[in-house]
Design a protein around this ligand. Structure first.
Ligand code: CTP
Ligand code: CA
Length: 226
């Protein structure tokens, strides 16, 4: 598929995408994170760019090259990801949340490396919940007026349709995309379940690149006329 032949269904649209995991530090050398290669989000960023969009990609720590023509903002934590997203959401017309955001972060982060104290007792970690980036953006005035189309992702281990349907309502987004198992972390192909107000449909197993183009087309035809 050569970029030249991709229909420019997102011409003159600004698209904001989150991708990869977040990393939540407990001290300068440790933290907790999620499994996510970032491949799906990066593929979507590339496909959106090839479809003519102006694309900003807010990426957690991943080992992937930036797709050509895409503006990339690197972040570590969920809080940093939210701040970067809020900076760019206002001027976007599509927001696609593919990031595997850590649901919790350590309640305190030490500025110095935590040392073993010799007692044999591990430190007790408290956690606090991270902000829900997608739900925050989906409930912003810009989205509620219909000017920002929000898309969520869900990776579930079971009952995908039921969970995706519930998640779509809970997040307040028009389109929720489920990863059809088995776990797709780091893989180059995937299958997707699209859930919207009308019902659901499947994008059968294909490369993440092909699926990204199909998803971009699905999003484009749901956007209000310019
Ligand atoms: N998401 C987000 N910010 C969070 C958590 C999730 O933006 N703090 C986004 C993800 O990028 C994804 C969607 O919300 O698009 C669903 O994420 P998921 O982890 O499946 O949902 P949660 O609401 O966190 O519920 P749970 O993990 O308990 O299933
Ligand atoms: Ca989660």
């Amino acid at each position: 598929l050569v970029a030249f032949f991709v229909p420019k269904v997102l011409a003159n649209r600004r698209v904001l995408i989150t991708a990869g995991p977040t990393f939540e530090a407990m001290d300068p050398v440790r933290g907790i994170t999620n499994l996510s290669s970032g491949k799906m989000g990066f593929s979507i960023a590339r496909a959106a760019r090839e479809a003519g969009a102006d694309v900003t990609l807010v990426a957690g720590p991943v080992h992937l090259p930036t797709p050509r023509g895409v503006r990339r903002v690197d972040v570590q934590s969920a809080q940093e990801m939210l701040a970067a997203v809020e900076q760019h959401a206002q001027s976007a017309s599509v927001f696609i949340a593919t990031a595997a955001v850590a649901d919790w972060r350590p309640a305190t982060s030490s500025s110095q490396k935590i040392k073993k104290d010799g007692s044999g007792q591990p430190p007790v970690l408290g956690f606090v919940e991270n902000p829900d980036i997608l739900a925050t953006v989906a409930r912003s005035p810009h989205a509620l007026t219909g000017d920002l189309f929000c898309v969520g992702f869900a990776a579930e281990s079971h009952d995908l349709l039921a969970h995706a349907t519930a998640k779509r309502a809970r997040k307040g987004v028009p389109l929720l995309v489920g990863n059809i198992g088995p776990a797709t972390f780091g893989q180059d192909d995937n299958a997707l379940l699209l859930v919207d107000a009308q019902g659901h449909r499947e994008l059968p197993r294909a490369s993440k690149r092909t699926l990204a183009h199909q998803l971009v087309a699905e999003i484009a035809r749901r956007l209000p006329e310019q």
